[in-house]
Design a protein around this ligand. Sequence first.
Ligand code: ADP
Length: 448
Amino acid sequence: MGISRILIANRGEIALRIHRAAHEMGIETVAVHSTADAEAMHVRLADHAVCIGPPSATESYLNVAAIISAAEVAQCDAIHPGYGFLSENAKFAEIVEAHDIKWIGPKPGHIRTMGDKVAAKQTAGELGLPLVPGSDGAVSDPEEGRKIATEIGYPVIIKAASGGGGRGMKVCESEDQLETLMKQAGSEAKAAFGDATVYIEKYLGNPRHIEFQVFGDGEGNAIHLGERDCSLQRRHQKVLEEAPSPILSDDERHRMGMICADAMAKMGYRGAGTIEFLWEDGGFYFIEMNTRLQVEHPVTEAITGVDLVREQIRIADGKPLSVAQDELEFNGHAIECRINAEDPFTFAPSPGKVTYYHPAGGMHVRVDSGLYAGYSIPPYYDSMIAKLIVYGRNREGCIMRLRRALEEMVVEGVKTSIPLHQELLRQDDVLNGDYSIKWLEEWLETRE
Ligand code: ADP
């Protein structure tokens, strides 16, 4: 018996995204929601809905007992965690499987390994992925730290093994600061993540962020679906993503993609994953692997034609990969703008009631969003309210269409980052694809 009813353990646009894939496969959906999300679009569209707690995520979307009970009561045979919340919680994945419910995600052991940055880096190295030069594992002794830093050369970056969201990192320019910064990084990591373990790696001055989408069947077969360039970031948060990367040749894509696919095959990886690299002067350096669906997955869907959520559900159901590596083609160009309910200049969150909403439309324009006129954006969660994904036969055409789509899109009642995207798409460096992970913040400083 295949999967017939999926519990969606998430909210917002990704909950809707999962609902859509499920319904297209003839699978029923069960939405779980906090009291703040009772009127959300995915709750309205799902076949069944269960309220699992008050607004605070800890008591609702992170509430394992409530979610498992909802799955039992509503007789779900699978759970999709989306991204964020419990999606990379190995313990949760184990609990789901222990209840004989299918976990639409990677094997819990792989989630655990990749969630520990020191173990992830070690594993990645063993699997043949190129690493940022640095310590082999955790470093606690300042003398050992000095030795490693001298070997790889300053500047170096001290990172927390349990870090995440760009937190718990210190850049060290010279030897005299190393001991102090190692101590600081350790105690800050302890306070933030409950784990003082740190490691050291070479600090790259001006890299791009390029990540590869991978998929495995859990039985030793794996494919890659090309890369996404996510270099336009503010405070380590991606703002705009594109596929393919403007700087990667077909040969390079094939070479790196196959290194990633082979690594996943060797590991016996199951489901969707993203291997993140920094790229500088033609070299790739592994930084981390995300064992889940990414926010920016639609740009990959646009250039490959593969529905990644459908693929996740198929794999969880024990089916083989629907496409072989040599059947995959990368066509055209796609760009995603993350649209947040926030001030486009100060970035202050702007929750509240949407009085009018008109999404963009037309050929090759996709809007993933749970917005509707009259909806109140709650203040408790992430500020992303929509993703605008546009496809074109080439990058230039894609950008022209994206500008047109941004002109059409109207959200009234709250402030949004639409004007920021419009401004970005007038910058020569963005038009030329000439940007690194530092570009956006540097540009924001010179704005006005
Ligand atoms: P997190 O899990 O906290 O997001 P990552 O390891 O993915 O941590 O790093 C987050 C960001 O920090 C990267 O996108 C990059 O901007 C910066 N960074 C991480 N490692 C390095 C490095 N070795 N050199 C330069 N920048 C780095």
